[in-house]
Design a protein around this ligand. Structure first.
Ligand SMILES: Cc1cc2nc3c(=O)[nH]c(=O)nc-3n(C[C@H](O)[C@H](O)[C@H](O)COP(=O)(O)OP(=O)(O)OC[C@H]3O[C@@H](n4cnc5c(N)ncnc54)[C@H](O)[C@@H]3O)c2cc1C
Ligand SMILES: NC(=O)c1ccc[n+]([C@@H]2O[C@H](COP(=O)([O-])OP(=O)(O)OC[C@H]3O[C@@H](n4cnc5c(N)ncnc54)[C@H](O)[C@@H]3O)[C@@H](O)[C@H]2O)c1
Length: 471
């Protein structure tokens, strides 16, 4: 075998985390090798995750708008609608993304290699290409960004035809008449609401009483209400005893209480598992944690200081935005460049229908820390833009300190929530006062006006509190 090719930085995996790590290294003038086992670049984000699911969601929303605007005509999807029809734009979206990323890698002089990478030692990585050719690389800094895949339990026979996971769900040819989903986390809830809006009979099952346990439950209740209005069913506090394909037309999911749910397809959405098995981590002196991830410090440095691990493979939250930021930070740290404070408040955006978003403290966390925080609410019914768009219910919650002076967090459910949350994010970063939302003029009509309504609610409550204290 030829001698290892020397680079300054080797990045393994070209998903969002690996791409940003590679670009940061190249921008700092370093020679970077990026190794990706698949033909395309972009990782699960582009091919099996964020982008396909959000493209399907967009089609569902467009159909829903047509239905609501129609009024004068009957509108329904054909019973044999092919999923590919609903994902029509996906190919273009993926191609545009791929072209853009490839150009960015070329422009920055990043050497892209296609093959499966594994460690030979803590400084040597070996790559096997699809044609079997083996090449070694060496570098003073190595970034592992190999992402994650669905973590399917061994007792559920995922066959990718009738019993699917998030990697295989969109390979269904036809829109099913019924879909059961095990797991009311982000993936389960997003797909549940998309398919329900498309007219599929959806049953969402979780062991917890309500889905999305980490979100403000007032928001989650609005989501469930809307999901049930679309014909969906949520079955909480349920365990799954057995899942089987009946060999004819249905998947039968038997719950702990004996209830059997028959559905044409079943989606298993029970969390993610880091891609570590191929890497031969022991050769680099690394061991995985009990959760199957790599332990890292705040700079994403592993216990071997020149090896960094970023993105999904270091564990929750599994977000493309977090993955990119970790890639960039890790390389800056490795190169002794200023890293800045870790973004203490990463926004969370959940693309359910209606969407949900969160930044900073929610009501529960604020009560634990401040005992009596003030909570301002703006119902979307009070906001002209939401009335005009006919987008239904929504709620923006603003969390403030007990004096009603400082913003601590924002939680939103409703149309545009994942965009609106960034107003709260920048206000939080600047330490904005609640009053500043009144002093500033907002465009009219906009959803952002909800911030003003919620701020007025807080100031009203603060004034009452002051009067009561003075009495
Ligand atoms: C259905 C779904 C919807 C999602 N929606 C959102 C969303 O709306 N917003 C959001 O922020 N996040 C979303 N996510 C999460 C997001 O996709 C991930 O957090 C993100 O892709 C993680 O990026 P990553 O770079 O860590 O890993 P990945 O994107 O998984 O990329 C890892 C790359 O490493 C490669 N690789 C693995 N092993 C090797 C090896 N040995 N050698 C070479 N290459 C290797 C893989 O082929 C892959 O290309 C969603 C995920 C799913 C599944
Ligand atoms: N918009 C976004 O940012 C976005 C979108 C999709 C996915 N993601 C990421 O992908 C990751 C994985 O998502 P996920 O939804 O697969 O997992 P998850 O960990 O978010 O949720 C898993 C759910 O399954 C339930 N569960 C676990 N075991 C169970 C059992 N035996 N029976 C019944 N219910 C059970 C849990 O209570 C939980 O609600 C998340 O970390 C998420 O951040 C993000």
């Amino acid at each position: 075998m030829s001698a290892p090719i020397a680079f300054d930085i080797i990045v393994i995996g070209a998903g969002p985390a690996g791409q940003k790590a590679a670009v940061q290294g190249a921008k700092a003038g370093k020679r970077v090798a990026l190794i990706e086992r698949e033909r395309g670049i972009g990782g699960s984000c582009v091919y099996r995750g964020t982008i396909p699911s959000k493209t399907l969601r967009e089609s569902a929303l467009q159909l829903d708008r047509l239905k609501r605007a129609g009024g004068a005509f009957e509108f329904s999807l054909k019973p044999d609608t092919q999923i590919s029809t609903l994902l029509g734009r996906l190919e273009d979206v993926v191609k545009t993304h791929d072209d853009f990323m490839s150009k960015q890698l070329r422009r920055n002089g990043i050497a892209l290699f296609h093959g499966r990478a594994r460690f030979v030692s803590d400084r040597i990585v070996e790559m096997q290409a699809v044609d079997g050719a083996v090449q070694q690389f060496t570098a003073g800094c190595i970034v592992i960004a190999t992402g994650s895949r669905p973590g399917n339990p061994s007792d559920i026979p995922v066959d990718h035809e009738h019993i699917l996971d998030s990697d295989s769900l969109l390979s269904m040819i036809y829109l099913p008449r019924s879909l059961a989903i095990i797991g009311g986390g982000v993936i389960g809830c997003e797909y549940a609401s998309i398919f329900a809006l498309l007219g599929v009979h959806v049953t969402l099952i979780d062991r917890a009483p309500a889905p999305l346990q980490f979100m403000d439950q007032e928001l989650v209740r609005q989501f469930i209400e809307s999901f049930e209005q679309q014909g969906g069913h949520y079955l909480g506090s349920r365990t799954v005893k057995e899942v089987r394909w009946d060999g004819a037309a249905h998947v039968v999911t038997t719950l702990g209480d004996g209830v059997a749910i028959k559905s044409e397809k079943l989606l298993v959405a029970l969390g993610r598992q880091a891609n570590v098995e191929d890497l031969n981590l022991g050769a680099a002196g690394l061991m995985v944690t009990i959760k199957g991830t790599l332990a890292v410090n705040q700079y994403c440095q592993t216990e071997v200081p020149h090896i960094y691990a970023v993105g999904d493979m270091v564990g929750a939250p599994a977000l493309a935005s977090k993955a990119m930021e970790q890639g960039r930070r890790a390389v800056r740290h490795a190169l002794n460049m200023p890293v800045g404070d870790a973004a203490s408040t990463i926004p969370l955006g959940i693309y359910t229908i209606p969407e949900m978003a969160s930044i900073g403290l929610d009501e529960k966390a604020a009560k634990e820390r401040y005992r009596e925080p003030l909570i301002g609410r703006a119902k979307f019914e009070e906001v002209a833009r939401a009335q005009i768009s006919g987008s239904g219910h929504g709620l923006l919650k603003m969390i403030a300190d007990p004096a009603g002076e400082r913003l601590l967090g924002v939680q939103i459910v409703g149309d545009q929530a994942t965009e609106l949350v960034h107003v709260g994010q920048s206000a939080l970063q600047q330490g904005a006062t609640i009053e500043s939302f009144i002093d500033n003029v907002f465009n009219f009509p906009t959803y952002a006006e909800a911030y003003r309504v919620a701020a007025l609610d807080i100031l009203g409550q603060a004034a009452k509190r002051q009067t009561a204290a003075a009495a």
